[in-house]
Design a binder for this molecule. Structure first.
Ligand code: GLA
Length: 720
């Protein structure tokens, strides 16, 4: 169903809806813009639940004639100082102004969704159109206008929100807080969930019952971070993968953020997501405007898989700009885990020719290819090829790889510099530091100040000098430390604007290049980066069994093609676990697969198996690209089950993985989901066939797995 926006009650009420969701707003007291409903699509809004306002102790009344109080209202843009007392969404100050009162001015439907100045944002597409409501609120005393865009997409469940703050006074205004999203709910039972973690241990589900007060997740690191992804979920108790009401909020932004949920005195729930005031402030001179990043609001009554489907479809159809979005990705081999910094042209070429033999299509030269880079202590920043390692230069090597019939890709970490680099020696002021203090070191490197246009110009020239040869088909864009030593609260946001400016330039100039984002794995895995780069190295932990949890976690928002997963060596380099090659392949094959093995060290048997797996993956690649990924509901956290099924429901693959082998095994039927009950499916290995209804109602059995760290895959196709 196409998205709709309808006004009623003399344009005091506005109802946005699509197939799955309704959002209702109402102007109350002639000036307060409020939420009235956000949830499962309803046909019409006729105010069936009309919250009474009663006399309460400590309550401030907004209207002295009745008990109407902001502290119990569902406010669209809450501000402090007007008697709400909950967290505010917009906080500005000026010489003589310490709080503002935003009064509703007007709203209208726009012909097209506006883009957000200098920030990545979602767009309409032929797959999914949209309608945008533009809302204007005003504070005439402060001379401030807040324009908010609410866009409802045809994609089930998805609405986005962003704002422009305009200073039309004649004085400077300071923005102390400007959230992208502020959303209130009437009292109801919700569990909070989000993704938390650390380097090599990303995307753990962090889940708890809402408690009174404010609960928050945030990053102050200048990157969205693996510690907390810019995502907040709320779900009704007992929601599982298959059923239940749930909401997900995600920020299209790659820097520091704050996500808060407040459960208030009378149990109203306020959710906010946006820039983090701890490290943000903005000066708006007279006549200036400020654009907030865009927030994504997602609702599903079909459980967590429903929520994920909405996100996956939306990012694919309405956010990722890369040409590669709908294309099969080349199967790559990356040099990192087989060579680390110990690179020579000969070794790289040997790896490439072995890789070619097993069917690999792209060789990625990771860290270590540039001058002075024999470990992670030196060398970042100048980006000059180390001719002692690669005597024919990058172009020469790329040509040789191309001659083997393979594409060539390269690793960069453009935002950083090591202290010994010429770029820092010549421009000491280009690293982020506070005057007088020694900057904090992380991975022996410093962050270049991307808020400085000279730095951006330098990076454009450097990258152009390497990319203009036209032989680089892929870039891994790394970012391996966080921002410290920030001398003012504008810098972090300006840094991200600088980063986006650079990415805009490069992705437009080199549209054929496949960009993969990476920040020691999932350190900056967010929709902001996705806008420019269609895939991300999910974690520096490449152990297949660890990835069961990490890939499952990120799959809440991001589809399999976004999340790369490599077959690496066993014992695994990060955690030492030993796993079979087949297990590593089976788990990787549900995602954007690559290889990071030292093929020289593989036995002939392993190479033969690898060749067969790669050919299998290439056969399945189109199916993977066009299919839907579901997490199947398991009762034991030791088990993981995934399903990939095409939209026509004629073909599917199921993965069943067990972390540890257990005694006293119980054989219960495992009921598949999301199949077509009318279709008869054949197991491609055993040739046994069953109707979808039997597979879903009677379930299937899986063999006893008498070993730790196992993963099996079953492939079914519809037969006539
Ligand atoms: C980060 C990346 C790795 C690798 C190294 C190189 O840790 O996540 O994949 O590229 O940097 O230094």
């Amino acid at each position: 169903m196409k998205a709709k926006i309808e006004f009623s009650n003399e344009k005091r009420v506005c109802h946005l809806s699509n197939r799955e969701v309704s959002l209702v707003l109402e102007v109350k007291e002639g000036k307060v813009l409020t939420y009235r409903y956000f949830g499962k699509k309803i046909k019409e809004f006729n105010n069936s639940f009309n919250q009474p306002f009663i006399s309460r102790g400590f309550s401030t009344t907004y209207n002295s004639e009745n008990y109407y109080s902001l502290s119990e209202e569902l406010i669209f843009s809450p501000t402090k100082g007007m008697g709400d007392f909950r967290i505010s969404a917009l906080d500005v100050t000026a010489d003589d102004i310490n709080h503002i009162e935003l009064k509703f001015k007007d709203w209208k439907i726009l012909d097209a969704k506006p883009s957000i100045l200098n920030l990545p944002s979602s767009f309409e597409s032929k797959e999914s159109g949209s309608l945008t409501l533009q809302i204007t609120q005003l504070d005439q005393i402060a001379g401030l206008e807040l324009i908010t865009y609410l866009t409802i997409f045809d994609i089930a469940g998805i609405i986005t929100r962003s704002s422009v703050i305009k200073n039309y006074s004649n004085k400077e205004i300071t923005i102390n807080k400007a959230t992208s999203l502020s959303l209130d709910f009437y009292p109801q039972d919700f569990d909070f969930f989000s993704l938390t973690g650390a380097h090599t241990n990303e995307a753990n589900i962090n889940e708890f019952k809402l408690h009174k007060g404010v609960q928050k997740i945030e990053s102050t690191r200048g990157a969205s971070s693996p510690q907390h992804n810019p995502f907040i979920g709320l779900k009704a108790p007992n929601t599982d993968q298959y059923q239940g009401n749930c909401y997900g909020f995600n920020l299209i932004y790659s820097g520091s953020f704050l996500g808060e949920v407040e459960l208030s005195q009378y149990e109203h729930i306020r959710v906010q997501l946006g820039l983090n005031p701890e490290v943000f402030e903005w000066k708006l001179n007279a006549g200036q405007e400020f654009y907030t990043p865009e927030a994504v609001l997602n609702y599903s009554d079909k459980g967590l898989n429903g929520l994920s489907q909405n996100f996956h479809e939306f990012y694919k159809n309405n956010l990722i700009t890369s040409k590669w979005n709908n294309k099969e990705r080349p199967l790559l081999i990356n040099t990192w885990e087989s060579m680390y910094f110990d690179i020579t042209e000969e070794k790289v070429l040997n790896l490439a020719s072995k890789a070619k033999e097993v069917g690999i299509e792209l060789l990625v030269l990771d860290d270590g290819w540039f001058e002075n880079r024999n470990n992670d202590k030196t060398g970042l920043g100048d980006w000059v090829c180390d001719k002692t390692k690669l005597p024919n230069g990058i172009e020469g090597l790329a040509t040789k790889i191309n001659d083997l019939g393979m594409k060539f890709g390269l690793w960069f970490e453009p935002e950083m510099a090591s202290l010994d680099s010429n770029v820092i020696k010549e421009n000491p002021s280009w690293i982020i530091r506070s005057k007088g203090y020694d900057p904090a070191v992380s991975r022996y490197q410093f962050v270049l100040d991307l808020s400085n246009d000279d730095v951006i110009e330098y990076l454009k020239t450097k990258l152009d000098s390497i990319l203009e040869c036209g032989k680089i088909s892929y870039i891994k864009w790394d970012m391996n430390r966080n921002i410290t030593d920030v001398s003012n609260k504008q810098l972090q946001h300006k840094y991200i604007l600088g980063l986006y400016k650079l990415l805009n330039y490069l992705t437009n100039k080199y549209p054929e290049i496949l960009f993969e984002s990476c920040a020691s794995g999932g350190g900056r895995l967010d929709p902001g980066m996705l806008y420019y780069m269609p895939q991300c190295w999910t974690s520096d932990n490449s152990d297949a069994i660890s990835r069961l949890k990490i890939q499952s976690g990120y799959s809440l928002m991001y589809s399999p093609m976004v999340l790369t997963n490599h077959i690496t060596t066993s014992p695994n380099h990060q955690i030492g676990r030993v796993t079979e090659l087949k297990v590593r392949y089976n788990i990787g094959s549900f995602f954007n697969l690559g290889v990071e093995l030292n093929l020289e060290n593989c036995s002939q048997e392993e190479l033969d198996d690898l060749k067969q797996y790669i050919s299998q993956y290439k056969n399945d690649r189109k199916f993977l690209l066009d299919s839907q990924f579901y997490r199947l509901q398991t009762t034991d956290s030791n088990d993981f089950m995934w399903l990939i099924i095409n939209k026509e429901k004629t073909e599917f693959k199921v993965l069943i993985a067990k972390v540890l082998s257990k005694p006293g095994i119980v054989f219960s039927p495992f009921k598949l989901k999301y199949l077509n009950p009318e279709f008869k499916y054949q197991n491609q290995e055993t040739q046994e066939s069953y109707y979808g209804d039997e597979l879903m109602e009677n379930g299937v059995s899986f063999p006893r797995l008498r070993k730790d760290f196992q993963a099996l895959v079953y492939h079914f196709k519809k037969i006539n």
